[in-house]
Design a protein around this ligand. Structure first.
Ligand SMILES: NC(=O)c1ccc[n+]([C@@H]2O[C@H](COP(=O)([O-])OP(=O)(O)OC[C@H]3O[C@@H](n4cnc5c(N)ncnc54)[C@H](O)[C@@H]3O)[C@@H](O)[C@H]2O)c1
Length: 360
């Protein structure tokens, strides 16, 4: 969405991109920005760097918002150089994305997609003891790499839903998550059930060796690029389930295809891919892979929330509003019955640009 300068002092006008292309190139976006544009709402598939930020600045722009929580497609240093505020949309994706990661975990562990295809192909001719035997989750260990917002929500779902034990690796301690598992374990024990346990691993490798289901939820940066590589795949249990709903390049996908081929009982659930929209050769043929097209945040509530927050980030910056204090507590911006607070919900480079904080 491009915002032009007509009447913008009291009323903003918005231009909605209706290109048939799914992914816009830098040249496409340059043409859309044109000579007058105050702010842009863009997608994670776009490459926002020096070229686009300097063009936006020349067009009179000061604001860009990704309609996403992740912003690895944005060169924040380039935005800073051009004085462009960068918005993102935390607070509305957490549960939806975690639910998809949980769905992929179950689908891969219980071979749901393979079984569905078998059924539709008319191959089912009666119950058999060994038909699509998969993994029981209860009592097994769930491993989380990157226990931030989504990783923690996913961990809770797998612990509460399937009574799995937790092992996690993050650069920071997740005290809230640890307290939750301890309390839930005590609750189970008080009810005569086997308590769940947690462990903070001292290395990622520890998680890979010990967990039965491993879900990846880190940000994508230099430290997490190809975090799952041939050596680390080899450390995992032969019947492990690996899930990725973070960013595609966190996994070396060529190595993953090799591993899936060599280990038919190893299964993956993937929402994201290294070269979206493409899959690496061979992945589509692997029966032990469940693949979905980057739909982790695709619930109606979340997508509406993302659009609202992205629009309010850009609008707020153009109007000169301060930046909301807690970008994870964005409910006041989502209330359809009340006017949103006069603030930008989430600007990731607010400090670098010296933007004021909201007192609300
Ligand atoms: N598939 C989707 O549609 C979708 C939707 C939303 C978010 N995401 C992605 O999910 C990921 C998590 O998002 P979030 O909102 O939970 O982010 P977050 O910032 O709350 O959590 C990320 C966690 O990763 C940890 N981390 C960073 N580097 C690490 C490393 N080298 N090793 C281990 N942990 C590391 C951080 O400490 C942090 O706790 C991001 O990559 C985001 O882009 C994907």
């Amino acid at each position: 969405m491009m915002i032009t300068d007509a009447e913008f002092s009291c009323m903003l006008s918005a231009q909605i991109c209706t290109e048939k292309k799914t992914i816009l190139s830098v040249d496409d976006i340059l043409a859309l920005i044109g000579d007058h544009c105050h702010g842009v709402i863009g997608q994670l598939t776009e490459d926002w760097g020096e070229v686009l930020f300097s063009a936006l600045k020349r067009a009179g722009g000061t604001a860009f918002s990704n309609m996403a929580v992740g912003y690895n497609n944005v060169d924040v240093d380039a935005a800073n150089r051009n004085g462009i505020a960068i918005g993102n949309t935390p607070g509305v994706l957490t549960e939806t994305t975690a639910e998809l990661a949980a769905s992929l975990s179950v689908a891969a562990a219980r071979r749901i997609v393979e079984a569905d295809q078998f059924m539709r192909a008319g191959l089912y001719d009666g119950w058999l003891p060994h038909l699509f035997v998969g993994n029981l989750l209860k009592g097994q260990t769930v491993g989380v790499i990157g226990a931030g917002r989504i990783g923690s929500a996913y961990a809770r779902m797998m612990i509460e839903g399937f009574k799995m034990n937790l092992i996690y690796f993050d650069l920071y301690q997740s005290t809230r998550l640890e307290k939750f598992v301890t309390a839930y374990g005590q609750f189970l024990k008080a009810n005569g059930e086997q308590p769940v346990t947690w462990k903070r691993a001292s290395s990622m490798e520890e998680v890979l060796r010990e967990a039965d289901v491993i879900s990846l939820h880190p940000v994508l940066d230099k430290t997490t690029y190809h975090l799952i590589n041939p050596e680390r795949l080899a450390m995992m249990k032969k019947e492990a389930v690996l899930v990725n709903a973070s960013r595609g390049p966190v996994i070396d996908e060529v190595a993953l295809v090799e591993h899936l081929r060599a280990n038919p009982m190893f299964r993956v659930g993937l929402d994201v891919f290294e070269d979206e929209p493409y899959m690496k050769p061979g992945l589509a043929e692997m029966k032990n892979a469940v693949v979905v097209p980057h739909i982790a945040s695709a619930s109606k509530w979340t997508r509406e929330g993302m659009a609202t927050l992205a629009a309010l980030n850009v609008l707020g910056k153009i109007k000169g509003y301060p930046v909301w204090g807690n970008p994870n507590a964005v409910e006041p911006f989502l209330d359809e019955k009340a006017a949103p607070p006069p603030a930008c919900p989430s600007i990731v480079n607010a400090k670098q640009l010296g933007l004021p904080s909201s007192k609300l």
